[in-house]
Write a protein that binds this ligand. Structure first.
Ligand code: PLP
Length: 369
């Protein structure tokens, strides 16, 4: 039986960025917001953000989250966020001296439950320093709602690590006043190795985040605010530019894989068998394909079952953050939906040359006795 791995990342091959490497050799500029980085940011802004607001590259999304939180947080103690996320979300808040406060997720779209968030905001008042929603598995968030929080004086930093390439239904992303942080890690849809961006409709905010990626230096190279080294090198920008050249194609492939999962879902009647998928908004360029096994069952059973069929799967995010040692003692709302979903979640293989037959085999193996 042919082995199907969970992921098989495929960053653009060398010949695609050779010409950019030649430019580096000629310019002898290797980092510090060099010409390739400038072009990379400019093209991202033009091609994916309607040339509105501003964008800054960061060495990875974790540093992006940390810097965005650090630049936006107001006095207060808590960073409100879901527990159903990658540990980078609570860790970045901890590095900013804040305590994560976990809010349950919605049972359909698996993002933070906005009603529970409102109750927590009411209860905690001034103690809330920032709200950090996660756009779960690349889905679009209700940005109008989160913009309304900003109007109310509550800073918002969105963990959009898995969202680059999602086709937005609404264009209010371009005016969003908070920060949105995207990851370019090799396993993400726009994979370049390590890297990421922070986007905001607020240019002044991006300027401050840019200073903070370079030791807090202002234009006079005087350290005027908190900073660190969060820049990308020109080599990373070279791979990034080459990836932009082919990204529309990559998005199509990843959307197609999502369609194939839906087709197999129908063919093998998963709904009738009690399976669920995520109610996503926008068209997602999938990084992997998430599914929920039937209520009352556990994902580990299916992990083993697929393993026996030579198929590798994962269970993001199981255990959820609040079940991990580092985050165990932090405050929270009831997390009943998070508990239920993280027990049932399966992350199925996605990679750019996976075939429809392989996807059928994966889905068939889920329900096959
Ligand atoms: C991948 C990911 C991150 C971290 O991104 P890096 O670029 O690897 O730092 C953070 N949050 C979520 C939800 C992620 O999926």
């Amino acid at each position: 039986m042919e082995f199907i791995p969970f992921l098989k990342p495929k960053v653009v091959p060398r010949q695609y960025y050779q010409r950019y490497l030649d430019e580096i050799d000629a310019s002898r500029i290797y980092t510090n917001n060099g010409p390739l980085n400038k072009r990379f940011e400019k093209q991202i802004l033009q091609q994916y953000f309607n040339n509105e607001g501003d964008v800054v590259t960061v060495s990875n999304a974790t540093i992006g989250l940390l810097l965005a939180i650090s630049q936006q947080k107001r006095p207060g103690k808590y960073a409100l966020m879901p527990s159903f996320t990658f540990p980078a979300t609570p860790l970045s808040a901890l590095w900013c001296g804040l305590e994560p406060y976990y809010i349950d997720i919605d049972k359909d779209h698996w993002c933070m439950d906005e009603h529970m968030l409102e109750v927590a905001l009411e209860k905690l008042g001034d103690e809330v320093a920032v709200v950090v929603p996660y756009a779960t598995f690349g889905t679009e968030l209700d940005l109008k709602y989160y913009d309304s929080l900003i109007q109310r004086g509550i800073p918002v930093v969105i963990d959009a690590a898995s969202s680059f390439g999602t086709t937005m239904q609404e264009d209010n992303v371009f005016h969003f006043g908070g920060a949105m942080v995207y990851s370019f890690h090799a396993t993400k849809s726009f994979g370049i190795g390590e890297g990421g961006i922070v986007y905001s409709g607020n240019r002044e905010l991006i300027q401050r985040i840019r200073y903070s990626t370079n030791f807090g230096f202002n234009e006079e190279r005087v350290s005027g605010q908190l900073g660190l080294n969060g820049k990308i090198s020109e080599y990373a920008a070279a791979v990034g530019l080459a990836t932009l050249d082919v990204f529309p194609e990559k998005i199509k492939i990843r959307e197609q894989i999502g369609e194939w999962y839906k087709e197999a879902w129908n063919k093998y009647k998963l709904a009738e068998a009690g399976w669920n998928f995520q109610a996503v908004k926008g068209k997602v360029a999938y990084q992997f394909y998430p599914l929920l096994c039937p209520s009352g069952q556990e994902n580990q059973y299916y992990v083993n079952k697929l393993h026996a069929s030579a198929i590798q799967v994962r269970t993001y995010f199981s255990p959820p953050c609040h079940r991990q040692k580092m985050f165990e003692l932090q405050p929270r709302t009831s997390l009943a939906v998070t508990e239920d979903i993280s027990r049932r979640i399966l992350s199925l293989p996605v990679w750019e040359d996976i075939s429809q037959e392989q996807i059928e085999r994966i889905v068939r193996s889920l329900i096959h006795e």
